[in-house]
Design a protein around this ligand. Structure first.
Ligand SMILES: [Zn+2]
Length: 332
């Protein structure tokens, strides 16, 4: 029996048909990285996010995905991580909560064009059979089972479970965990092995119920990266929130603020977001990070970089504002 190619899940099937496929596969394979893996949490994507922190604008989402791709990230799915084996050199997991219709209309085309895949966590009690009976979760339109099946067959999205009711009570969510899996199987003919806790809360009792129901991975919300491998808690995978809402960043030109120190005043006229500041020397591309406390909103903040080389010329420095983990840039 031919052993399975450990890299096959990372390579487009067509490449296997090409001459030299074995060498290419070897080159594409890498050992599982020691570096922690970012797992991103999105919800809604829409042309105008307004003041909604859970809505990333379509243009912004396109920029973010392009930036991740340009940085060399390749997407992996939770089930692939759990299965082990070869991983891309720079893996990233992209998740969407609540099974919203915008994952089809807005996110899917952008992800597909980038060759990215993502997991979409459904609230099974909010998924109608057909689009004509579409349900809403809050103000957001949800996918129908008909759309879920079509998306699943196109391959950009796979689906996981985000409870039946999105209730606050862990006991109720625990009761629903197994039933959701059966519903998903009835509606799609596929097995759901990935769970996502509503509100990111995962008390022991709920984790145990999710495990007993047969799920292999489960997502919480904690702003840190996930380290797979021995000792990893696969039923409490931390995720980084990607916050949305309209934002409008600005920064004054950096000025000297003492020996080896440079300061600037920064502001976001839009929805307050957690960010990371980067001071970059245009001449040498060297960069220094500043982690502001709290979120950056309409109140101006004085950022100060210290312990800088004495020879820096403030005129060649620029302030950049990045996503809180430095994954993509918001400004300029
Ligand atoms: Zn949710």
């Amino acid at each position: 029996m031919r052993p399975p190619n450990p890299c096959s899940s990372w390579l487009p099937a067509a490449r296997a048909l090409l001459a030299g496929a074995a060498l290419a596969a070897l080159a594409a394979c890498s050992r599982p990285p020691a570096e922690p893996i970012p797992v991103l949490m999105y919800h809604h994507v829409a042309p105008d996010p307004g003041r909604d922190v859970w809505t990333v604008s379509t243009d912004e989402f396109r920029r973010q995905i392009a930036a991740l791709k340009a940085a060399g990230y390749e997407t992996v799915l939770p089930g692939e991580l759990r299965a082990g084996g070869a991983r891309p050199a720079k893996p990233i997991v992209i998740t969407f909560d609540d099974g919203l219709l915008s994952t089809l209309g807005e996110a899917e085309p952008i992800l597909r064009e980038a060759g990215f895949r993502a997991i979409n966590y459904l609230i099974t009690g909010f998924v109608a059979d057909v689009p004509a009976n579409r349900m809403k979760y809050g103000t957001y339109d949800c996918l129908s089972w008909e759309e879920v099946r079509a998306m699943q067959s196109r391959g950009t999205f796979v689906f996981g479970i985000h409870s039946h009711s999105h209730a606050q009570q862990p006991a109720r969510l625990a009761q629903e965990a197994a039933e959701c899996r059966r519903t998903f199987q009835d509606k799609t003919g596929l097995d759901a092995l990935d769970f996502c806790y509503p509100y990111g809360r995962a008390p022991e009792s709920l984790v145990a119920a999710v495990s007993n129901a047969g799920y292999r991975t489960a997502m919480v919300c904690e702003d840190r990266r996930f380290v797979p491998g021995p000792g990893a808690d696969w039923l409490r995978i931390p995720r980084v929130s990607v916050y949305g809402g309209h934002h409008e960043f600005s920064a004054t030109p950096p000025v000297r603020a003492g020996p080896g120190a440079v300061g600037a005043e920064v502001r976001n006229a839009g929805v307050p977001l957690p960010v990371r500041g980067v001071l970059r020397d245009a001449a040498t591309r060297r960069a220094w990070t500043f982690q502001p406390p709290g979120r950056l909103g309409p109140a101006p903040q004085a950022w100060r970089w210290t312990d800088l080389p004495a020879d820096l010329d403030p005129a060649s420095l620029q302030v950049e504002i990045w996503e809180q983990n430095g994954l993509f840039r918001y400004f300029p």
